[in-house]
Design a protein around this ligand. Sequence first.
Ligand code: PLP
Length: 434
Amino acid sequence: MSNFSSLRDIDRRKFLFGLTGTIGLAAASNADAQPLSKSVLDLPHAANGGQIDENKLWAQVKTLFPLRPGLIHLNSANFAPSSTAVLDTAEALSRDVNGDPSFENRFKFEASIEVVRASLATMLGANQDEIAITRNTSEGNRTVIAGLNLGSQDEVVIWDQNHESNNVAWDVWAARYGFKVVRVSTPHQPEAPSDLIKPFRAALNARTKVLAFSHVSNVSGIALPAADLCRIAAKNGILTLVDGAQTFGMMNLDLHEMGCDFFTGSAHKWLAGPHEVGVLYVRASRIEQLWPSMVTHNWEKMSRAGARKFECLGQRQDSRIDALKVAVDLHNTLGHERVEERIRFLAAYVRTAIAALGKVDFITPFQPEMSAGIVMFMLNTENPRSVMETFYNKYNISAVAYPVNGKSAVRFSPNIYVTTDELDVAVKAVSSLL
Ligand SMILES: Cc1ncc(COP(=O)(O)O)c(C=O)c1O
């Protein structure tokens, strides 16, 4: 994972970039955007040399997305737009198979989806055979939860800030198979990652078989020290499920280094990939012991093909899966560390400006080792719906607010298509509600 540079350092930085080809900085309007694949693939690599102003680079990146002009989308933690290139690729392929639905025409997807799998594996620091392409994080979590042999003598430790698909989903399978679900709470104001590790360590015992947690919580923005937790679990023979919905496509990840057994993510969040495509990583040595929760045509072949065993899901929209490689291409072209730094910069920028307003309590810690792309804070307003309406109707901001203890918890999750000018508008909107 990349180190977080201070806000000031990033602000001053000029990234090294080759200023060739189509990045030659078209005007920043969607109408001027290059057709998808061309502009994505022509983005220059750092190795080409030359300098480019960071703001111009990100303005160019913004043109790759079909967002309605003026809309400030601060909700990638929930749902991000696909790039125009992803959409065009998926649509072109879909038209192609609708024009010629023969097996002969569709055989090509066997090879191209393996290209997607390989690119995901490289991006995540995994082997190609450890990657299954799912619909979303929820499906990946379900595959793990439903696929493990757990019984009445066993315990599963989860974070009470997990998303429902890695939280109440455990309760449903526990009701069926009789294992116990133990929920861990972490301090609201952690001062260091050790404050977050301590309660998990205390909850583990000889009966614990699985430790399942969100890498970054969608309800607080807190980032857990995943590698440390996975190391502690592994030492005690405990399997780990890391829900990466809030880090896949946002954080520069190496799953082998993290040491988890299972990792899940959705392409339609930070990666800004095709909608309803996700990833499930299963460590090679765990593939055998995890049961599939769906079996259909081709099982004979897929059951012997690594994590593809969890991808035996019947007829699918191959065109959309194939388009995932375009999103991964953009990510590779920009560089995983650069994407993470940019998102962390945006989060730090808006958090610093809101903090300067002086009257806001933050839910998300400020320290980079305990946070990522999400910024959450409290507004002293009873009705979160009205907060969202003010953001959307008055300031053209798409964000989320929900009730907590009679107040409104607001979540901003700015992605690579968000500019600092837009964040200034968001700060103005927050200020209007104080
Ligand atoms: C941490 C976490 N896990 C899982 C999910 C579910 O994602 P999906 O609906 O793409 O399956 C979300 C959605 O916001 C999330 O934040």
